[in-house]
Ligand binder design. Sequence first.
Ligand SMILES: CSC[C@H]1O[C@H](OP(=O)(O)O)[C@H](O)[C@@H]1O
Length: 351
Amino acid sequence: MSLESIKYERGRLEILDQLLLPLQTRYVKVQGVEDGWKVINKMQVRGAPAIAIVGCLSLAIELLKDDCLDKKIMRQEIEGKLNYLVSARPTAVNIKLAAEELINLANSLSADENVTADEFRERFIQSIEKMLIKDIEDNRAIGKFGSEAILKSLEDESHVRVLTHCNTGSLATAGYGTALGVIRSLHAAKRLEHVYCTETRPYNQGARLTAYELVHEKIPSTLIVDSMVSALMHTRNISAVVVGADRVAANGDTANKIGTYQIAIVAKYHNVPFYVAAPLTSIDMSLKSGDRIKIEERPDREMTHIGEHRIAAPGISCWNPSFDVTPASLITGIITEKGVFAPDKLHEAVP
Ligand SMILES: CSC[C@H]1O[C@H](OP(=O)(O)O)[C@H](O)[C@@H]1O
């Protein structure tokens, strides 16, 4: 059983093929940006932070093999390859923000006459490698702030019952996770009574990935079908919901896995606090609200088949948006590595 979604050392990158989990553990070599684009687009690796990290590491792998000595050509090629990687999946913002930062770095290294081509390459690759460490640090901070916020809002409860959706753990990040990081922190503090995870049709990130992580760490948990959320809140006294994010707009509207929006509506009806856990790299302050977030639509086959087995009638048309947008009005707080913010206070979090 492996929870290491990304294996990296200088010159070597492998990703855990999440399409095969939980039954098979197989790592796929990523030898450049073409491979990086493919493993992201096919969802062999997925999760907003992991997409950004794997995409950028695939560029680092390619750059290491490049012996170009012309910094202007290097800069131009870097920009083109980063824009190509961003196109692999449109909704998560992390890779777009990482690409913008790296293009700015390439521009300044290229313009600095005191920097040689080799120094340019080395500093650029180091900058990408730091993403791995920073992501895990951010996730542990998210876990701390999120668990404190949930426990604080429920002072009369010694142990909490939490619902989560999709997969936001070590398989969606460089490690520890965002929403699942909050759940790990609650468990580590011995304050988690139980976590419920939705199966998250049609890719089944919950049944195949979150359940895999929870079982691996012996965290008390139960898998539910997506359509059970209302019945669960009606009968199981859920303390809080905590989910991840692919793109949070400046007003707090949040794009996340399809099904998140209806969970937020049910939580509102049952007065259950609804939290979004996301690093600042998931926040897009350039978008005023969520209605401008591009929602990726995935192939029909992800709905009509489970593996090779067809489960839907041949000929039926399908609509398969991979995400939906939860309005800020349904969100209690956004848990970041800088602390927990009300949706209308996000500007205080983003530098
Ligand atoms: C910390 S992962 C954030 C986010 O990414 C997942 O989407 P996908 O599995 O399609 O990449 C899901 O929306 C998670 O909440």
